[in-house]
Design a protein around this ligand. Structure first.
Ligand code: TRP
Length: 452
């Protein structure tokens, strides 16, 4: 087996390790920062409903496609497509993924840096006592428009990520996820209970869970599908790369199922904290729809609950860890490529790619008030839209087309059958790969052009 040949590559240490590491990749700012923000921009509960459908009908099938390609080829995305189809342009899908990954890493690390700074702020007692919505908002703006602060935390996050990736996949990722993800989940449940029992929370709950179908339109669908790819770490080869470290005895269907399920659950709980709290404090989802939503709202809830200090510190610690297990997975894709295809050392690859992400991330870091030019463009938001929605959707589309029409569903099914004797959703999955997912994504990409 290839992965054993090359000591640089490494593989998962145990059977459940893939689920842990892939959930670590999937669960992150996408669930807790991006999901509630998209909900508030796209009509509330109706977005949530479409999102869940998008995960089930498109997200999960694409995840299964990626891990199947990964395990079959035991390679990074470029190597994987090259292996399955040596001639023709298909390996470009891999390159697209690598480029997308570095761009996502660049702005993602900026937001992860905000989480780091909120950890420090919370720990130093900034959010105790009579915090109001206004104060909480202005604390956020004050911080994000301070260039040296934002850059400092951005560098810290990228530095930690680069360090862990340079140490290799096994020791690096598994350890973190094993304990901390379940802990994050428990904390979220606890906070959700607190949030929905706040006075005035009920309107927030119905905003979040009772769909208003008059708000349904193509934009909502577009962003829901984009969010599904982003949150599940799909469309750029992360799951191909992680899948390449899965052992042949693993059941790919249940692996992909568990990762999709736990990721969705975490996102749903995050919203169940944010919206009731938001409504309890200001009566509507009103003005706050921007990138600060989660930071502003969570600091409020910690100011109001007994033991809020401890919970706040714990929450931002876990959010930061969740973010870093995701940045690791973003960096791992280009690094795996450089190790496999270019014979670079892991350390050199990690350092150089980390540096690229840093340079690319500077405009994003300075676009929330620090530098007027970038702020006016809304640089971070633009990166989030173009790479977090469009590039991922395009990547996922190409992966579906490749699997269904070049590699062929029957060959993929052979790989899936190793470790999974009965794949009950087989026809549904084949249908999604061949028709539903590609057609849906093509329609969506078409509409993106017309709305922007
Ligand atoms: N899914 C992660 C999150 O929700 C972010 C992420 C990690 C990602 N790797 C990815 C997104 C690959 C797209 C592609 O926080």
């Amino acid at each position: 087996m290839n992965s054993q040949d090359s000591s640089q590559r490494g593989s998962w240490g145990s059977k459940i390790a893939f689920i842990l590491a892939a959930s670590g990749s999937a669960i992150g700012l996408g669930n807790i920062w991006r999901f509630p923000m998209e909900v508030s921009k796209n009509g509330g509960a109706v977005f949530v409903l479409i999102y869940v459908l998008a995960v089930a009908l498109i997200g999960f099938p694409v995840m299964l496609a990626e891990v199947t390609i990964g395990r079959h080829t035991q390679k990074n995305p470029v190597g994987a497509f090259k292996h399955l189809k040596p001639n023709g342009p298909w390996k470009l899908i891999g390159y697209l993924g690598i480029i997308t990954g570095i761009f996502i890493l660049s702005f993602y690390s900026v937001v992860a840096g905000w989480a780091a700074s909120y950890l420090v702020k919370t720990a130093s007692g900034a959010f105790r006592g009579d915090l109001t919505k206004q104060i909480s908002d202005s604390l956020f703006t004050e911080f994000t428009s301070n260039p040296s602060q934002v850059l400092l935390f951005f560098i810290v996050v990228l530095g930690i990520t680069t360090f862990i990736v340079s140490k290799g996949i096994k020791g690096g990722i598994e350890k973190w996820t094993k304990v901390l993800m379940p802990l994050l989940f428990i904390l979220l449940i606890f906070l959700a209970v607190r949030a929905i029992t706040l006075p005035g929370a009920s309107e927030g709950i119905s905003y979040y869970l009772k769909p208003d179908f008059s708000k349904l339109n193509s934009t909502v669908i577009l962003f829901a599908v984009g969010q599904a790819f982003f949150s599940l770490s799909l469309g750029m080869g992360t799951m191909i790369t992680y899948g390449s470290y899965i052992s042949k005895s693993d059941n790919l269907v249940s692996d992909a199922g568990w990762v999709s399920f736990s990721d969705t659950l975490i996102a749903i709980f995050a919203g169940l904290i944010i919206f009731p709290t938001l409504f309890a404090f200001q009566g509507s989802p009103g003005e706050v729809q921007g990138e600060g939503l989660v930071f502003q709202v969570f600091s409020l809830i910690f100011a109001k609950i007994p033991g809020g200090y401890i919970f706040g510190v714990l929450f931002f610690t876990l959010l930061l860890v969740a973010a870093i297990t995701s940045t690791i997975s973003l960096l791992e894709v280009p690094v795996a490529y450089l190790i496999d295809e270019r014979r670079w050392s892991r350390k050199k690859a990690a350092m150089l790619m980390g540096l690229c992400a840093f340079i690319l991330g500077i405009p994003s870091a300075l676009s929330t008030g620090a530098v007027k030019f970038f702020t006016e463009i809304g640089f971070l938001g633009k990166m989030n839209f173009y790479f977090g929605n469009i590039a991922l959707a395009a990547g996922a589309l190409l992966i579906c087309i490749f699997l269904a029409y070049v590699w062929r569903v029957k060959n993929a099914l052979k790989e899936i059958a190793i470790g999974c004797s009965r794949f009950r959703l087989k026809p549904l999955w084949a249908f999604s790969m061949m028709f539903l997912s590609p057609i849906a994504i093509i329609i969506i990409l078409y509409f993106i052009k017309t709305i922007r």
